[in-house]
Structures are given as structure tokens and as C-alpha cells.
Design a protein around this ligand. Structure first.
Ligand code: 5GP
Length: 293
């Protein structure tokens, strides 16, 4: 066979580098949930796509809770060689893989994928939610409406929708809130229903970071929602975090501590308890849970 001319070889190298980069991006998107496994499979029908050239093993390894031990077993069960690329799957292999994904990740007709994150005061729900917002673009965080004033750095429409009491009343009257509560006996907070429903319909993962009263309302309104309780590593640690803030008066601190005791007892009502040891680990556990099913 004749050797490739220098120019062609350079072009081929560039194309190979670009294809590798596109595959790496696709894997990242699968990992973060930005692209669902079924969507990647669909994309792979286009022979020129990055998805088509993705090896089946790399594809499986990019999915939550599938590692180097499980991947070969899954392939064996599905009757797919580990050398296959998504674009090269036979029709029956594709059908079996699709079924496997639907079953494992409960997709297609499984209803809204809504997860509620709640927990006691000062456990760090807000920090964990912010970490998820910044690191997992595939997960949509619901933006609450609140009657409290913005803190420095908070942006209207990004952290909260800052509204006055009349506007909040109007939202309530029109049934625009999925749940709402008066938090710490002061301001009202509520989850706008529209964006949550629209995102769920699009099959996106939605996360609500709300208080316990709100979590209970969501359970009633949407029994299929998953409730995750964020717990402190220990009671002492929770107290330390409450005191550590140093923003409350002694009286307020006592009140918050007794509230936290009652709140901790609510853990039993939840589908899952995740310990907030480090922010990154807790966030990853929540995302894994959301993507598993
Ligand atoms: P912060 O004022 O510190 O941002 O939030 C105070 C509390 O309000 C947090 O515990 C948070 O979980 C809760 N919260 C925020 N948004 C909502 C919401 O839409 N509904 C409910 N029920 N609680 C919320």
C-alpha cells in the first residue's frame, strides 16, 4: 500500500485529535447528566457524530454507578463485544442496550424526575446546592420566590426571585406555587410550579433546595418526587455550624438549636439520607442518586 502523503497525514491527525476531543466532551456531558444515555444512543445513529465513534465500554463507564467491574458483565449479558462502538451496534444490540438503560435509569414514562433536598438549619443545604449548580450543568435547580431582601451578591432571577408581599400573595392566589412556607418565622419562600413542570416534561433532573415544611408539601403534591435529607456528620458538628455562623443572637441561636432537634427527627420521612461531610462528596452523592433512577 502506498504511504500517505505528509499533508494528508497531518490532516488525518488533526481530524483524529478533534474526534477524540469531541468524544471526551460527550463523556463529560454524560457524566454530568447534561446528555442522557438515551439521547447519546440516538445521536450515535448519525455515523459522523462523536457518539457513533464512542466505544461501548467508554459509554457505559460514563454512566452513574457503572464501573470497570460492572461494564464487562453488562456487555456480556447484552451480547455486545467490548470492541464495539455505539455507531456500529447491530439493530438487536441497540434495542437491548436501550432496554437496559430504560430499566436501569427508569426513563421513559417514569414521570418527573424531581428531587427535594432538605435538612436541618445550618447543615449546609445552600452550599451543597450551589456546588451542584456550578459543577453539574445537567441538573436544573429550581429558583424560589422569596419575600426577603437580597443579600450582597445575590442576583434576582438567579439565586431567588425577590418579590414583595403583594406579588407573593398573587402567586399564591393563582396557584403558581408548588409549595411554600414561612421560614424562621420571618419571610415567605415558595417554588414556582411552571419551571419545575416544564423541566420535568423535558426529562431534565430538577432539584429543589427547600425547607422541611416545603418538602412535606411536595411529597403530597408529587408522591413520585424523591426526598433527600442532608444530615450533619454529627449533632455536635451541627451545633458548631450553627454557632460558627455567628450571625445570630443568643436567643436566636437557642431557638434555632431547638428547631434543628425537631428537624433532625424528620430524617425518617425521607427516601435517602446523605451526610454532608464534605460539600463535594455530598453533592456527588446527590447527583449519583438523581441519575441512578
Ligand atoms: P436563605 O434565606 O438563607 O436563602 O434560606 C432560608 C431557608 O429557606 C433555607 O432553609 C431554604 O432551604 C429555605 N427555602 C428556600 N427556598 C425555599 C422554597 O422555595 N420553599 C421552601 N419551603 N423553603 C425554601
Amino acid at each position: 500500500m502506498a504511504e500517505m502523503p505528509e499533508v494528508d497525514r497531518a490532516a488525518a491527525n488533526r481530524a483524529a485529535v478533534a474526534a477524540r476531543r469531541a468524544r471526551a466532551e460527550l463523556k463529560d456531558k454524560l457524566r454530568s447528566g447534561e446528555i442522557t444515555p438515551l439521547r447519546a444512543l440516538e445521536l450515535s445513529l448519525d455515523r459522523d457524530s462523536a457518539a457513533a465513534s464512542l466505544r461501548i465500554t467508554d459509554f457505559l463507564l460514563s454512566l452513574p454507578a457503572i464501573g470497570a467491574v460492572k461494564a464487562p458483565k453488562i456487555l456480556e449479558r447484552l451480547g455486545i463485544s467490548d470492541r464495539k462502538r455505539l455507531g456500529g451496534l447491530g439493530r438487536q444490540q441497540r434495542v437491548r442496550l436501550e432496554e437496559f438503560i430504560r430499566e436501569r435509569f427508569q426513563m421513559g414514562g417514569a414521570g418527573p424526575r424531581l428531587t427535594v433536598l432538605a435538612g436541618p438549619t445550618a447543615v449546609g443545604k445552600g452550599t451543597v446546592a450551589t456546588h451542584i449548580r456550578e459543577n453539574f450543568p445537567g441538573i436544573r435547580l429550581s429558583i424560589s420566590a422569596t419575600t426577603r431582601a437580597p443579600r450582597p451578591g445575590e442576583v434576582d432571577g438567579e439565586h431567588y426571585f425577590f418579590v414583595d408581599d403583594e406579588r407573593f400573595d398573587r402567586m399564591l392566589a393563582r396557584g403558581e406555587l408548588l409549595e411554600w412556607a414561612t421560614v424562621h418565622n420571618s419571610h415567605r419562600y415558595g417554588t414556582p410550579r411552571g419551571p419545575v413542570e416544564e423541566a420535568s416534561e423535558r426529562g431534565e433532573h430538577v432539584l429543589l433546595e427547600i425547607d422541611l415544611q416545603g418538602a412535606r408539601q411536595v411529597r403530597k403534591a408529587m408522591p413520585e418526587a424523591r426526598l433527600v435529607f442532608l444530615a450533619p456528620p454529627s449533632w455536635d458538628e451541627l451545633v458548631r455550624r450553627l454557632v460558627g455562623r455567628g450571625t445570630e443572637t443568643e436567643e436566636e441561636r437557642e431557638r434555632r438549636l431547638s428547631t434543628a432537634k425537631v428537624e433532625m427527627a424528620a430524617a425518617d420521612e425521607f427516601d435517602a439520607v446523605i451526610v454532608n461531610d464534605t460539600v463535594a462528596d455530598a453533592a456527588q452523592s446527590i447527583v449519583d442518586l438523581m441519575q441512578r433512577h
